[in-house]
Design a protein around this ligand. Structure first.
Ligand SMILES: *Cc1c(COP(=O)(O)O)cnc(C)c1O
Length: 383
């Protein structure tokens, strides 16, 4: 059996030859990190790097965070953790997703922290670590009101008692996750916080040293400092995007990602000549149009068809017709553009900007999905 995890290996020069690329401004990420660190201080900062660091590039962003002194990293799946270890990342790494029995040796050998979310799994982890004669590091996951993974808060005492009987399981942390901390209605978030605090009483009651407590995602960081505990766990905020546009701009983080391409083709389209698959758009007069080599195969979502705009020569223009897998067509009306002119799909040209929120609105989704969908076919360039 063979398997491929990332895109095939091509040389560095070959990687950046494509006109469509993502530029990541590492300095902006650094500033965002410092703003988050200041806000969270004295709590530790654990930056969430799942899904290719929200599209920004897992390994390069992790290296930056190691250089600038982040305390902790989180990823979603064990493969992401292994990639980071192989790239020389030495910081503590928590894998947020559930664990399968056959993955436990990988966690232990790569020193990745396991999310412990059921008694059955903890027993399995303990057995395997006993066989390997190496302790497994875990963070206990409490479900305080999301019904995803984790032990229900109302069963946590019994669970914790059992975990502390497992000799080869080291409890590094205990955490929970908010379902709607990005909402301005904080009723459910407050309830979740209360339940988390209830579960945490176990340590005082049993005179056990409290492990690292963490629950705050970006939304909670912006709205409730009482959720910071020993460590905060923001994702989207670090990338300079607010989890919702309803939240107050507490810290001035800036988007770090620019998605660009180039004009590759120019033509005049006559009336009665429909554009693109399905013939979904046509003009009633002569228009000028350009073709840009990006499409839903790169993560430029097809659901943005008939809504998306791009920036070209400092002006916003509509994408016309259905978005294809690899190309889009842009109506430049009676203006001109030339092959090689720069096209901004996401980001700022210094005058105007297109945000992840804009793309999300056109696609009927959230900024998170826009960022994580820009796939590995698009090279990442770091400034
Ligand atoms: C994704 C995730 C985060 C980060 O969420 P943001 O809203 O991006 O800040 C934190 N914790 C867990 C468990 C997550 O899955």
């Amino acid at each position: 059996m063979t398997a491929e995890y990332n895109h095939p290996t091509i040389s560095e020069d070959e990687k950046i030859i494509r006109p469509t690329k993502v530029e990541v401004d590492l300095n902006t990420l650094k500033n965002n990190f410092n703003l988050i660190k200041q806000l969270a201080s004295p709590s530790k900062v654990n930056i969430v790097l799942k899904a290719n660091a929200y599209g920004h590039g897992l390994v390069r962003v992790a290296k930056l965070l190691q250089e600038i002194g982040a305390d902790y990293l989180s990823v979603a799946v064990v493969e992401e953790g292994i990639l980071l270890r192989k790239a020389g990342i030495k910081m503590p790494i928590l894998v947020l997703g559930g664990v399968w029995g056959n993955q436990v040796p990988l966690f232990i050998n790569y020193d990745l922290h396991i999310t412990a979310s059921s008694l059955e799994k903890v027993k399995q982890i303990n057995e395997i670590s006993t066989q390997l004669k190496k302790k497994a590091k875990v963070h206990i996951k409490i479900d305080t009101g999301m019904e995803r993974i984790g032990v229900h808060y109302y069963n946590s005492d019994k669970f914790l008692e059992a975990v502390y009987k497992c000799e080869n399981v080291l409890v590094e942390g205990i955490y929970s996750h908010f379902a709607n901390a990005d909402s301005t209605d904080l009723t459910h978030t407050k309830l979740q916080l209360e339940r988390f605090n209830e579960s945490l009483q176990f340590f005082d009651k049993n005179s056990i040293e409290t492990p690292i407590r963490h629950i705050a995602n970006s939304g909670a960081m912006l709205q409730m400092s009482e959720t910071y505990f020993d460590m905060v766990r923001p994702g989207i905020l670090f990338y300079g995007v607010y989890p919702s546009k309803d939240l107050p701009r507490v810290i001035d983080v800036k988007p770090a990602l620019t998605w660009k391409s180039l004009v590759v083709y120019f033509k005049v389209i006559k009336p009665g000549h429909p554009v693109g698959y399905g013939l979904t758009w046509q003009s009633n007069k002569n228009i000028r149009a350009v073709t840009v080599p990006v499409g839903y195969g790169d993560g430029y979502l097809r659901s943005m068809s008939h809504k998306a705009k791009v920036l070209l020569n400092k002006k916003l223009y509509h994408v016309i017709g259905s978005i294809s897998m690899d190309q889009i067509i842009v109506n430049i009306e009676d203006n001109s553009a030339y092959n090689g002119d720069e096209v901004f799909l996401l980001g700022s040209d210094g005058t105007n900007s297109i945000t992840a929120e804009d793309l999300a609105e056109w696609a009927g989704t959230i900024p998170y999905e826009i960022l994580t969908n820009i796939n590995t076919r698009v090279p990442r360039i770091y400034k």
